[in-house]
Design a protein around this ligand. Structure first.
Ligand SMILES: Nc1ncnc2c1ncn2[C@@H]1O[C@H](COP(=O)(O)OP(=O)(O)OP(=O)(O)O)[C@@H](O)[C@H]1O
Length: 308
């Protein structure tokens, strides 16, 4: 579904950041992008969502060449792409719900967005996603009142609001503690599997990458020097990507994680609605319809769980 072919990027007055990168992702395939600082990982991700214009090459998303679209075509193509950021990129003074609904801005007209008039279906989808990421009941909390892990869950839910086909994930765990990092990685993997989403995950933590991401792409100085299974990451490959180092501690950790395979599972965050579903009770999410009216930042109607 994503074909990157001979992609090059030269920044003005700078070295070449990408030197003919080629990469293919199937629908639902998740790839970990690793490499030393300055290798070109962010540039690659930014070329795909066209925050950066490539110098040469092709980026085809479901057949549409992202490297050469502009205007309306680019806006339409970007709707297929969800972004998740290291620093979450939430609007701090807005509520969780308002942050989620901002993920629909690609579809909602400017004046409707400005007046905070959102579609009832969008509000229903936001509630469903909040429930799925373990944040049910938190829709009226301000973003600046959340923990880092909760913020990242909002960031993930927001990225899914526009029902993308591809996720671009930029250092999703860099600001999180080890346990929360694992929960966030697991959540991203689960969501991709459930929804058939392809994803490129730019990540510095090699051990975390090989624990959760089945395929690893290693970039060095703007070139792919490894593209293969996580299980193939050994000291030789690490040296090829990062240069000489004593990799024994890292490879030991990777082997330990592979051997434990699932034994590290920590508790799943279950919302009341998920618990309700798990207990077999048919639940219907009933929304009091309505919208956020102009200038009104009053809490949205809470979702009600109605058992028939
Ligand atoms: N806006 C820019 N203008 C000029 N050069 C840039 C720009 N952005 C990146 N570069 C250069 O392009 C190269 C690749 O940078 P990039 O940020 O893509 O690497 P990275 O692998 O994401 O690094 P990091 O892991 O530190 O974020 C570097 O040499 C960098 O200095």
């Amino acid at each position: 579904m994503l074909v990157i072919d001979s992609l090059q990027k030269r920044y003005p007055n700078s070295d070449v950041a990408l030197k003919g990168v080629s990469l293919e992702l199937r629908a639902g395939e998740v790839v970990g992008l690793i490499g030393p600082s300055g290798a070109g990982k962010s540039t690659l991700i930014r070329c795909v969502n066209r925050l950066v214009t490539p110098t040469a090459g092709r980026i085809a998303l479901d057949g549409v060449d992202l490297a050469h679209v502009s205007g309306r075509g680019l806006r339409r193509a970007r709707r297929q792409i969800g972004m998740i950021f290291q620093e979450y990129a939430l609007v701090e003074r807005l509520t969780v719900m308002e942050n989620l609904l901002s993920g629909r801005l690609g579809y909602t007209g400017f004046w409707k967005s400005w007046a905070r008039r959102f579609d009832g279906n969008d509000i229903a989808r936001a509630f469903e996603l909040l429930d799925r990421v373990g944040l049910a009941g938190m829709e009226n909390k301000r973003a600046d009142a959340l923990s880092g892990g909760q913020r990242q869950r909002v960031g993930i839910a927001r990225a899914l609001m526009q029902q993308p086909r591809l996720l671009l994930v930029d250092e999703p765990t860099a600001s999180l503690d080890p346990k929360t990092s694992r929960q966030v990685m697991r959540l991203i993997m689960e969501l991709c599997a459930e929804r058939g989403l392809a994803a490129i995950v730019n990540i510095h933590d090699v051990v975390l990458a090989t624990q959760y991401l089945p395929r690893i792409v290693g970039l060095k100085s703007g070139e792919i020097v490894y593209d293969g299974p996580a299980s193939g990451m050994d000291a030789v490959v690490l040296t090829r990507i990062y240069g000489d180092e004593d990799w024994s501690a890292i490879t030991r950790n990777m082997q330990t994680n592979a051997a434990q395979d699932g034994a590290l599972e920590d508790e799943v965050v279950e919302s009341p609605l998920q618990q309700e579903r798990a207990s077999g009770t048919a639940a219907l999410l009933a929304l009091d319809s309505g919208h956020l009216s102009a200038g009104n930042t009053k809490p949205l109607m809470a979702a009600q769980v109605v058992t028939p």
